[in-house]
Design a protein around this ligand. Structure first.
Ligand code: MGD
Ligand code: MGD
Ligand code: SF4
Ligand code: MO
Length: 721
């Protein structure tokens, strides 16, 4: 028996875990790590099942190659050679413009994803870059990019100090928090109430988070922008603004809000005008307050405008960049922020002309790019940690489109709905065999913190790490071939990083010798050495060695005001009224007079689920974690429905089991995503198929400024099954 410590990679809460393993490497228990200064022993059912997940017999252990309908196991060398031939075939015949890449959610939770995603994308040399971000938080990036000049400058609620939290479209009691890294989110919310603070939840469902709150308000899906504008209107009308940061465009925001008086927006958003006015007054009067909005408000038709209004309210009430309000984390690997002014639409998608954002095109148009003939039609696809057949809007269309690709390679531990279309699947090793550092999540943490976990178990001889798989793919994509040494990529990146560091005034390595610095780096792999360099260049002067000496993590203190370091706009001020968003307000205003759909569809998450890929762990499925359509009992009787119903949308139809519950508002139905299992190697999941909600979501509609998918507020009709 031995004890090991590791960060949980399964959600954004980054909990520290304490694991025990027997001498065969079998995980015998997983508990919260009580000595982790951030998570302090917290764990959820998913984390507790990490051993089961990691030892899942249905995981792929070796590469798989498909010929026609037949899969066979292959050696790593053969698999990489097949990838080289496949990609080369597509590039030689159609050019690099016909390649596409999709990067899925788990890459945000791995060192391999964070360190090798960008090099791989660059090496592919295509603008057809897609990721789960345009099915998720792209509206937040675009709003922060336009307001602050940096799409990663995302302010998080100062959960542990705020007096008042207004939460819209988030359900951290199930999700454990998102774009707000806070282990034990439930405990932090209880502590907020315990110290006399107030929690208000706005959600079309009375969620577990809403049940814990002081107050819950139902809102009609997709209308939070109206509600927030009503609040902004009140702040101006009642002279309640107290802006504490340097801004441009304050008057313009006031003028824009004139058209959105509480009485005007109330019938649309379903929140009574008096309540909207009261929320505005409470936010203004609270000693400190924070507005926090998440996925329910991002994956809607006005996602970017909504994210913008969230920060407008935080700014107008004097709560931006101050303790108890919303603040910016300072990570241990931060090393200068972007310098070019932020813009979107530097290029457009070929078929629908949708603008690029953060160098990506909307996943909602991936099927168009594969299906539509012509110069630049996508013929080859590199897929890393993604399952867009289940996760993208119009998923079933992709299921068909992927069949027509000339070549597709997936980096994924499972044969599933998406990877079954690949020619080659390259499975990453087990979690226990992988090092961990949260490069992508700690920049939105509610405390400054760092923790590194070395691999707990060694790799089998000849088995590449996920970093090495990604590096080899990058070498192949850049034309250096399947036999090129992946370590050369790390050396190249380290060389660039160190050369820049010695030339940068004020850098901790200024004036040093790159070769000497290179020789001094620690780490058992290229990825670890790159992390060591990033830590040493970071603002706390940490290193891999310091983190290894502190296996439970290091608390780097509460968040501190730092807006002046953060803002990267040309004016050096916060842009409260960016032209691109002002333009979209006209679109929002235009909708004021459009009658709402009678019934709209939204999503939901379950504590024991994780998008599409955790349904293979027995204890996590079943019970309340089922793919049912939640519906208000009044709607069931009004429509004369039985146990099942046919749900129809502009995109498709499904037959679903109903779960009548008065926790959902009338006129709204909810179906979780990630179900609809088919053709998967996951034998448990195959017994709990459920349906693919993204057969109903419509890929022809996006949030215009960000290109983000629309999953909430989808008009549907219901009929008897
Ligand atoms: N209708 C609807 N659709 C949604 C949403 C919604 O709320 N409603 N939510 C959206 C959101 S927020 C997101 S983030 C997306 C997620 O969309 P995706 O990222 O496309 O989907 P996931 O289900 O997370 O699939 C992850 C894939 O990665 C694989 N995987 C797991 N661990 C690893 C690993 O360590 N390495 C590698 N290489 N692969 C791994 C899994 O087997 C799986 O195939 O879904 C979106 N889709
Ligand atoms: N257990 C578990 N944890 C997860 C995941 C998972 O699948 N399972 N997925 C991870 C991922 S990829 C992400 S992005 C995060 C997401 O984290 P959260 O944003 O907390 O996600 P949800 O739990 O889906 O909560 C969204 C809430 O928005 C509500 N909602 C829907 N439409 C609207 C609307 O128009 N307005 C308002 N105000 N509310 C609306 C829904 O009813 C739901 O309660 O969770 C992560 N954590
Ligand atoms: S809350 Fe998230 S990080 Fe923590 S144990 Fe659960 S899945 Fe893992
Ligand atoms: Mo997500």
């Amino acid at each position: 028996m031995r004890t090991a410590h590791r960060t949980c990679p399964l959600c954004e809460a980054v909990c520290g875990l304490r694991l025990t393993l027997d001498d065969t490497g079998h995980v015998t228990s997983v508990k919260g790590d009580p000595d982790d200064p951030f998570s302090r022993g917290f764990i959820c059912p998913k984390g507790a099942s990490l051993g089961r997940l990691d030892e899942d017999p249905d995981r792929l252990g070796v590469p798989m190659i498909r010929t026609g309908e037949t899969w066979r196991e292959a050696s790593w060398d053969e698999a990489f050679r097949t990838v080289e031939e496949g990609l080369k075939g597509v590039i030689d015949t159609h050019g690099r413009r016909s390649l596409a890449v999709y990067v899925g959610n788990p890459t945000a939770h791995s060192m391999a994803g964070a360190l090798y995603g960008t090099p791989l994308i660059r090496a592919l040399g295509t603008r057809n870059v897609f990721s789960a971000s345009t099915a998720d938080q792209m509206p937040k990036h675009v709003s922060c990019g336009l307001m602050l000049g940096d799409p990663l400058a995302i302010a998080v609620p100062d959960l542990d100090r705020t007096d008042y939290l207004l939460m819209l479209g988030a359900n951290p009691l199930e999700s454990n928090g998102s774009l707000c890294t806070a282990p034990d989110f439930p405990g932090r919310l209880k502590a907020l109430r315990g110290r006399g603070g107030r929690l208000v939840v706005v959600d079309p469902r009375r969620t577990r988070t809403a049940a814990l709150a002081d107050e819950h308000l139902f809102v009609r899906p997709g209308t939070d922008a109206y509600l927030l504008f009503g609040i902004v209107h009140t702040l101006f009308a009642e002279d309640l603004t107290s802006v504490g940061v340097e801004v441009n465009g304050l008057d313009e925001v006031g003028r824009l809000a004139e058209g959105f008086a509480p009485e005007t927006v109330a019938p649309i958003c379903g929140v009574p005008a008096a309540e909207i006015v009261r929320l505005a007054r409470e936010l203004a009067a609270a000693p400190t307050a924070a507005v926090y909005a998440r996925i329910g408000t991002c994956t809607v038709e006005f996602g970017t405008v909504t994210q913008w209004l969230v920060d407008v309210v935080n700014i107008l009430t004097g709560n931006f960049d101050r303790p108890g309000g919303v603040m910016f984390a300072k990570t241990a690997v931060e090393n200068g922020r972007r310098s070019k002014p932020y813009t979107t639409g530097r290029w457009h998608s070929r078929v629908r002309g949708l603008p690029e954002a953060n160098g990506e095109l909307p996943v909602a148009t991936l099927a168009d790019e594969i299906e539509t003939p012509g110069e630049g039609q996508v013929r080859g696809l590199v897929m890393v940690a993604g399952n867009p057949v289940l996760s993208a809007p119009g998923g079933p269309r992709l299921d068909t489109a992927f069949r027509d690709l000339e070549f597709m390679v997936c980096v994924d531990p499972y044969l599933n709905e998406t990877t079954r279309h690949a020619n080659v699947i390259l499975p990453p090793p087990r979690v226990m065999q992988s090092p961990h550092y949260d490069l992508s999540l700690l920049f939105v943490a509610v405390r400054n913190y760092a923790r590194f976990s070395p691999p707990i178990l060694p790799l089998e001889p000849g088995r590449p790490s996920e970093a090495e798989i990604m590096a080899r793919l990058t070498m192949i994509a850049s034309g250096q071939g399947a036999d090129a040494d992946p370590a050369l990529l790390d050396e190249l990146i380290l060389d660039q990083m160190l050369r820049k560091a010695v030339e940068t005034p004020g850098s901790p390595m200024e004036g040093g010798d790159p070769a000497e610095l290179r020789a001094s780096l620690d780490g058992d792999s290229g990825a670890e050495m790159r992390l060591d360099a990033m830590l040493r260049l970071g603002p706390y002067g940490l290193s891999l060695a310091t983190l290894l000496a502190n296996p439970h993590g290091i608390d780097l203190g509460a968040l501190e005001p730092r807006l002046t370091e953060i803002v990267r706009t040309t004016s050096g001020r916060v842009e409260l009224a960016p032209p691109r968003l002002v333009e979209d307000v006209a679109r929002l205003r235009g909708r004021l007079t459009v009658p709402p759909a009678e019934i709209v569809l939204i999503g939901r998450r379950h504590l024991r689920s994780n998008n599409s890929w955790l349904h293979n762990v027995g204890p996590l499925v079943g019970g309340t974690n089922r793919c049912t359509l939640q519906i208000n009992p009044d709607d069931v009787s009004r429509l004369g429905l039985g146990e099942h119903a046919v749900v129809r949308s502009a995109a498709g139809e499904l037959v679903v089991p109903l779960e009548p519950t008065d926790t959902i508002m009338p006129g709204v139905v909810s179906l979780p995503h990630g179900w609809g299992h088919a053709g998967t190697s996951q034998l448990v999941a195959a017994k709990h198929t459920g349906v693919n909600v993204n057969a109903l979501t419509d890929d022809s509609i996006v949030d215009l400024p960000s290109g983000n998918a629309v999953f909430n507020g989808v008009p549907v009709t219901l009929g008897r099954a």
